[in-house]
Design a protein around this ligand. Structure first.
Ligand SMILES: Nc1ncnc2c1ncn2[C@@H]1O[C@H](COP(=O)(O)OP(=O)(O)O)[C@@H](O)[C@H]1O
Ligand SMILES: [Mg+2]
Length: 300
């Protein structure tokens, strides 16, 4: 089960915005996705409450009576929104389960310095340092008329982290989120410029989220990342610095996700949902539901 976490110490950097959009994209793609809100502010959960039932379904946290968070039966993808200031054990337990971490970074030097400290801590964790949990940066609220994207791209390159491009500042995000929407839920012509900015982000995420599909996309299954990212100018500069870029895909294909593997007596992989309109199987009440131990337990 692929797990994508959105992480940055800095509050207001765009974590909840990115997490909601990644989850909505998965849902639009026909996946049964859960948007987990590790953030006590519960922005993502509040956003889900505003989301109309007619839209592609995104499952919220499922909390049982013992306050244990569970992955509902049938969920195939998990996106984690995380709080600002997360570090130490809290960060480590998210990294333990994440296949990929997307780090939104705004343009100021303060944002870069904060993100750099977060990156340094992440690199002390073997899963990140070895490339088993992949890391990428997305520029947030970037004015295309300035050099901000270039500055961020170069900063990201200096850290050896792929820069997936920048999202502009627009009220479209603010207004969409207020209504429980994302730009993926709008008519494409209303958000064409923003959807175009998402293309390289989604291209990078695709091999993490849909490993077998991504591996079958090209004739050469051993080079899906390089093939798909090559047209992206800014990303391609970093291809050489993607350690073990095929690892999450291979790992998921062979073993299934760690979340699934952790549930004793359950199959290693979640059932694959057919393409088309997403169907979300609601959590069963039985005691053998898949459980995520430790890191999904609420701490307060
Ligand atoms: N690209 C954007 N354009 C305009 N506003 C944005 C954009 N991205 C995020 N925002 C706004 O910035 C604020 C902070 O974003 P949020 O995703 O809540 O950050 P975090 O979760 O890191 O605290 C929110 O009000 C959000 O609507
Ligand atoms: Mg948030």
């Amino acid at each position: 089960m692929p797990v994508i976490a959105v992480v940055n110490r800095k509050g207001g950097s765009g974590k909840s915005t990115l997490a909601a959009h990644i989850a909505a994209w998965c849902a639009r793609n026909g996946s049964s996705v859960m948007l987990g809100d590790v953030d006590r502010q519960q922005s993502a959960r509040a956003w889900l409450k505003r989301r109309e039932a007619s839209l592609p379904i995104i499952a919220p946290w499922a909390v049982d009576q013992k306050n244990m968070l569970r992955v509902p039966t049938g969920i195939t993808h998990v996106v984690l929104d995380t709080p600002g200031g997360m570090h130490g054990f809290e960060l480590a337990r998210v990294v333990m389960f994440a296949d990929a971490i997307v780090m939104p970074v705004c343009h100021s030097i303060f944002d870069r310095e904060s993100a750099q400290a977060c990156h340094a801590e992440l690199m002390t964790m073997p899963r990140v340092a070895s490339g088993r949990c992949r890391l990428a940066v997305v520029g947030m609220r970037i004015d295309a008329r300035t050099q901000a994207a270039q500055v961020l791209a170069e900063w990201s390159e200096s850290l050896g982290v792929p820069f997936l491009g920048a999202l502009r500042e627009t009220q479209l995000y603010v207004r969409s989120l207020e209504r429980g929407l994302t730009i993926f839920d709008l008519k494409p012509q209303l958000a064409a410029a923003d959807l175009a900015q998402w293309a390289p982000i989604l291209q990078w995420l695709k091999p993490q989220l849909y490993p077998p599909q991504a591996a079958n996309d090209g004739a050469d299954a051993l080079r899906p990342v390089a093939r798909t990212l090559a047209p992206q100018k800014m990303v391609s500069r970093h291809l050489g610095s993607l350690p073990g870029s095929l690892m999450p895909a291979q790992e998921s294909m062979v073993q299934g996700g760690r979340l699934s593997a952790l549930s004793a007596g359950r199959p290693a992989t979640a059932p694959v949902q057919p393409a088309g309109k997403p169907t979300l199987v609601r959590p069963a009440r039985s005691t053998d539901d898949r459980q995520i131990p430790e890191f999904l337990k609420r701490s307060g």
